[in-house]
Design a protein around this ligand. Sequence first.
Ligand code: PA5
Length: 409
Amino acid sequence: MIKLIYPDTKVDTEKAKQILAEISQNPMGGWFNLPNNYDKEEFARIKEAAKKINNNSKYLVCIGIGGSYLGHRALIEALDPVSPTKVLYAGNSLSSISLKKVLDELGDNDFSVNVISKSGTTTEPAIAFRIFKEKLIKKYGEEEANRRIFATTDASKGALHDEAVTKGYTRFVVPDSIGGRYSVFTAVGLLPLAVAGVNIDNLLAGAKEFTKDLENPAESAILRYAFTRHDFRESGHDVEVLSSFEPNLMYFNEWWKQLFGESEGKDGKGIFPASVICTTDLHSMGQYLQEGRRNIFETVIKVVNSEIDFTIPKLDDDCDGLGYLEGKSLNHVNEQALEATVSAHKTGNIPVIKIEIPDISEKSFGALIYFFETACAVSAILGKVNPFNQPGVEEYKREMFKLLGKTGF
Ligand code: PA5
């Protein structure tokens, strides 16, 4: 499954056990045992709703931001599944240009909406929801529009919850004990994923299997990663760059940045999470990584097996000088680029953590999500911050509401 190849950091096993117990008892630690303990009834309802959407909608507009958006987008982009319904994303910015793009693609095709907001009051998704709700009502009339709205929100409170109850939308719950960025394995992630054709049984099976990683703390990839990050942080490395050699992982990087950024960046502390996609970014950020400020460490994700591959063709006159690569597989070249980059960065004094995932599959990504969620919580606690709150996010909202004239601000 997921392997941490290097470095070989020692885990303080007593401390690790204490932190894991703390996470599992935390009122916001509901995600920790989720792969072993998910709501089977809700899971069946998700699959049923996905089938219905696949039968009547060419598009599903997923409205949400932050933890209500990035997890499922990351997995859909990475796994590239096949489905009769394409997922579109809205409500993750306030940009009219982005909104127009979604509306243009939607055209007059059949669609449904999954509005996702734990609080049910976030401005960006709330505005987008008004717009797509209006479009649904114009196209289908109010009754059918209400049947095409799927609301994922709090079990008992919030504006979205109240509206969903009044209008009779199909409702899914974000449990109280699970915050946005830890919610991929709830309906927040699972409904869009199931609609997009991701096998959510395999996704959860991968996560479940990987919970065993914690059984032996000294050998655990999760704990070794968390303790390594902590050591790097203590030695003044306050920027972590997540590198991947698969462009389909771009949104996975975005999910990872949110997870670590919101969990660790508080009280004047935290490692700044950055990311690159290689080899593309070696031609932009590569220079800085190799020779810029030495406060960076790098975490490289290597995908071991890829089903898709190409052979570099033969050319009789070798006019491009690539003869030495003829007959070689493109994946082999990509792999050598990864190893070469690691070697160059180590020489340039960037400490490197190498993580291997077996392949790009639901099982591997289920495990990878669990790997990072757990490592993130452990790492935040090692760094003496609360992994589960995000008080700083409120500040821009207060300023924005003041400027927009919202009552009470
Ligand atoms: O991780 C988090 O808690 C945040 O990123 C939230 O997911 C984000 O702010 C959206 O919040 P909500 O789901 O309440 O609309």
